[in-house]
Design a protein around this ligand. Structure first.
Ligand SMILES: *[C@@H]1O[C@H](CO)[C@@H](O)[C@H](O)[C@H]1NC(C)=O
Length: 249
């Protein structure tokens, strides 16, 4: 039984990007580590010299200008992960939970001049995963919690009010069945965007997959798979206790 202590958890993930457009609001759902493209829908100068990208989330005093007149602000903490595409959309690579927020594309034909047209906001939400304890501390029959939290522009686990999409988070088993409480599993949901699966890990759980599924308007959009792996079956035993596979997008 002792060998189970050395099993490590690996996350294998499948990405489905969702772009939902409703009226003037665009919503985008992604996962930590993924790359996303934020569409600028009000471009005036095709060379992007009129394009400003601002970032804001609840709690910030002001919005942050990440792109000014088509150029990445080099003083931005995110500068290395940002890129303005030829159509003035903004590419964000290696997405972090702190990138969740409202990204707004604005147009100014002259520096300091009047804004041309309206705002084109993109609401970016980021699905994150974490464990309640280091993998090395996982012991048979003791509970370990797999946390699945959606970060929105309102904060971690804060589902947006007033946005038209209906968000759902579920834990599903390998057969696609929604996991419910049983003697070994416990599902705790503190909000529509914050759900935790607590498992008493057993030997037979090796290679078993638990999936945190995000639905938007009842459609499956993105998911994160948690899989307990036997020791030695993966090369990445050092470093973080578990990892996500990055999509190539
Ligand atoms: C971008 O295009 C506008 C409109 O054609 C032009 O006035 C401006 O000089 C261009 N900016 C650059 C940096 O090429």
């Amino acid at each position: 039984m002792a060998d189970i202590m050395h099993y490590f958890l690996c996350l294998v993930t499948v990405l489905y990007l969702l772009i939902g457009v409703s009226g003037d609001t665009q919503s985008l759902y992604t996962r930590v580590g993924d790359n996303v493209r934020l569409l600028c829908r009000n471009v005036v100068y095709p060379n992007c010299s009129s394009t400003i990208w601002n970032y804001y989330r609840t709690g910030l005093e002001t919005s942050i200008e990440e792109v000014g007149y088509g150029k990445i602000r080099i003083t931005s903490d995110r500068a290395k992960r940002l890129e303005v595409a030829s159509d003035c959309s903004l590419h964000v690579s290696d997405v972090r939970a702190e990138d969740a927020g409202i990204w707004t594309c604005k147009q100014f034909l002259t520096v300091g001049g009047r804004q041309e047209g309206g705002d084109a906001p993109v609401y970016l939400s980021v699905l994150t995963n974490s464990l309640s304890k280091p993998v090395a501390d996982i012991v048979p029959d003791r509970p370990v919690s797999l946390k699945c939290i959606l970060y929105t522009s309102d904060g971690p686990g804060k589902c947006l009010r007033g946005v038209t999409e209906r968000i759902g988070l579920f834990w599903v088993g390998e057969a696609g069945n929604e996991l419910k409480n049983d003697p070994r599993l416990q599902v705790t949901q503190t909000s529509d965007c914050d759900i935790t699966l607590t498992v008493r890990v057993q030997k037979e759980d090796i290679n078993r997959k638990w999936t945190c599924q995000l639905t938007v308007n009842e459609n499956k959009e993105i998911s994160i798979d948690f899989t307990f792996m036997a020791p030695g079956s993966r090369t990445s035993t050092a470093g973080p206790s578990f990892s996500t596979t990055s999509p190539s997008s």
